[in-house]
Ligand binder design. Structure first.
Ligand code: HEM
Length: 409
């Protein structure tokens, strides 16, 4: 890492294994000089202070979308790539890419299914699914936890909620992985073609399902989205497909990695799982701390919707992006006492792992519940769990999750 303290610019390759395996050391080094820096590789100002990240996520002068205010030419963007047209079509109506009022309308339609009261009903189903998943490897004495445990549970839960048949879960994982690669730093042409192919197959699968549910609605979320109306207005097929793809992808990617990161944190810190998970309240506190301690998504960006001058004289012009560093904010010593310690139940518990403001994660209650139910069962069934190899993170800086998590007992 090269640091120009005067200009507050940082040269730091997000694909450097040393960095993506331990981004926290780099954050601390930067923070020792400045909470805000210009990251040369991304070409934008990045914010590491908890208070800045939390505030800027809620700041209406910044948004996830800019093309409703400025053209691609004005932004200096290349024209859309024809070989990504199907991927772009799926993204076009994604909640994550919309701003109010389109965002408010879509979000209100799906929100009902994800509020805590509704999600809590899934507790017995998640517990049964966890036991069935562990049954498949409990006698083996060793497991690669990401593939065998962290992936199947959230994929299966979100597929069931939406009404996608369980036998499509393997396809969902493949499509999702291919699409998520597009958010990596400098995705290459092969990744772009694979993401577009995945978007076509994913949309085809959903088009079939939507037609089926139109003929015969059930009580799943897809049927609910098809029949929901607000002010005489229904979701179009394109909106139904984009929303379903987002829910299916967002519904597992981060939870998979948070599960891996949490198990790694518990084992590496030598924590007593019996104390950590002694009752539901303790389990909830432990999961909350795992979310703060090692979050699976480290950076989200926002566009300036107008020219803005921020604290420290940082000027951001309309159309420019800023980077909000969730993983760094969660370890800010001005917010948390002893931020590098895993302290379940800490008095200063707060985190920006699920974001803040209008795009705050719709799936937060579901992700929390999945982990609060599945991790205590995992440690109770396999009390001798230990690391069998040094865990390594994937080469995907934003998605801070493990390549593998090899365990034995
Ligand atoms: C540990 C697991 C998860 C983490 C860390 C996480 C994190 C996040 C974050 C940080 C955002 C906000 C992005 C931004 O402000 O730009 C977000 C949005 C979103 N998440 Fe999650 N998420 C998780 C699980 C889930 C689950 C299980 C679902 C299932 C439905 C989900 C669905 C969504 C959706 C639909 C949005 C977009 C909301 C909007 O734009 O209004 N997430 N998530």
């Amino acid at each position: 890492m090269k640091f120009d303290r005067q200009a507050r610019t940082v040269d730091l390759d997000p694909r450097d294994p040393q960095f993506y395996n331990d981004p926290y050391s780099a954050y601390e080094e930067i923070r020792a000089h400045t909470p805000t820096f210009f990251w040369n590789q991304y070409g934008m100002w990045c914010f590491t202070a908890f208070s800045d990240v939390d505030r800027l996520l809620r700041d209406k002068r910044f948004g996830r979308q800019i093309l409703h205010l400025m053209s691609r030419e004005e932004l200096g963007l290349e024209p859309p790539k024809p070989h990504l047209s199907d991927f772009d079509a799926v993204e076009a109506h994604s909640l994550l890419e919309l701003e109010p009022p389109a965002h408010t309308r879509l979000r209100t339609l799906v929100n009902r299914a994800f509020v805590s009261r509704q999600v809590e009903k899934l507790r017995p189903e998640i517990a049964a699914l966890t036991h069935a998943t562990i049954d498949r490897f409990a006698a083996d004495g060793a497991v690669e936890l990401i593939k065998a445990f962290a992936e199947p549970i959230p994929v299966s839960v979100i597929a069931r909620m939406l009404g996608v048949p369980q036998e499509r879960c393997a396809d969902l994982l493949d499509w999702s992985h291919a699409m998520v690669r597009m958010y990596m730093f400098e995705a290459d042409a092969a990744a772009e073609h694979a993401a577009n192919r995945a978007a076509i197959e994913f949309a085809d699968c959903l088009t079939e399902l939507i037609a089926e549910r139109r003929r015969k609605p059930t009580d799943d979320l897809l049927s609910h989205m098809i029949t929901s109306e607000r002010g005489g207005d229904r979701l179009s097929d394109a909106e139904l497909i984009s929303t379903s793809v987002l829910l299916l992808n967002a519904g597992h990617e981060a939870t998979v990695h948070q599960t891996g990161n949490a198990v790694k944190a518990i084992l590496e810190n030598g924590l007593d799982h019996r104390a950590l998970f002694r009752d539901d309240a303790a389990a909830a506190a432990a999961i909350e701390e795992s979310l703060r301690y090692d979050a699976p998504l480290h950076m989200f960006t926002r566009y300036a919707l107008e020219d803005v001058v921020l604290d420290g004289g940082i000027e951001v012009r309309k159309g420019q992006e800023i980077g909000l560093m969730l993983g760094a904010a969660n370890r800010d010593p001005r917010q948390f006492a002893d931020p590098t310690s895993f302290a379940a139940g800490r008095a200063d518990q707060a985190n920006v792992t699920f974001g803040a403001g209008i795009h705050f994660c719709i799936g937060a209650p579901l992700a929390r519940l999945e982990m609060q139910v599945s991790l205590p069962i995992l440690f109770e069934r396999l009390p001798g769990l230990r690391l069998a190899d040094t865990p390594r993170y994937r080469d995907a800086y934003h998605f801070h999750g493990l390549e593998r998590l090899d365990l034995a007992w």
